[in-house]
Design a protein. Sequence first.
Length: 160
Amino acid sequence: MHEYSIAEGIADSILPAAFDNGATRVSVVRLRIGEMSDIVRDALDFAWGVVCEERGDVLAGCRLEVESVSPHFVCMDCGNEYDADRLHPRCPSCGSGKTLLTKGRELEIASFDIETETDDEPDAPDDEPDDSGEDPGGAHGPRGRAPRPRPEPGASSQAN
């Protein structure tokens, strides 16, 4: 079942970014999957559950949300663009079978949600001013924090 490898690849792709942004948990991953990608959704859901168990607390209970992408074709004879199912790709305008699939084989990570240690802290009541000096929603996002800086390649982590 190739869905297990896909689930591992999803985890391998999101975890570095999640950790770079202080994640203690990933709660949901949103995917776009083309109807012609030959991915079996039930098998992917099962494989994702196994990968989440193997990866530990950071993925515990993480959900997959999937947007299905319908097949979209272009007729190579008349140039017509149209949606069709996988069993009927012929051009509805001219009847040609010379078609090019332009959408419908996607497997994309659209987004994912994380929780951080500060998500557990209560927010200041709305009637009290925020004296933290942080930007509550500007250039650094809704919590006023910039992402953690990445170390420079080859930089030593030891202090001299």
